[in-house]
Design a protein. Structure first.
Ligand SMILES: [Zn+2]
Length: 72
């Protein structure tokens, strides 16, 4: 699933995004990657409710499509 998000990342977001796209992270094991992603998601949940709102909106739209697979 691909999501396009249109929002203003704060300094912390920029830091998370930098970490998440870092080569070290890209080659890290699943546990580390999941941990990092959930930390970022948690930050978004508490600090950027508009992002969560647009994600759930997008998920609803994608659910209608037959090729939708949330767990891919
Ligand atoms: Zn942020």
């Amino acid at each position: 699933m691909k999501l396009w998000l249109d929002f203003e990342p704060c300094k912390k977001c920029a830091r998370y995004i930098a970490d998440l796209t870092d080569e070290e992270f890209l080659f890290a094991d699943d546990i580390t990657r999941n941990e990092m992603s959930s930390k970022f998601l948690r930050h978004l949940t508490y600090n950027h409710p508009e992002v969560i709102h647009s994600i759930s909106k997008e998920v609803k739209i994608q659910q209608i499509r037959p090729e939708f697979d949330l767990y891919k």
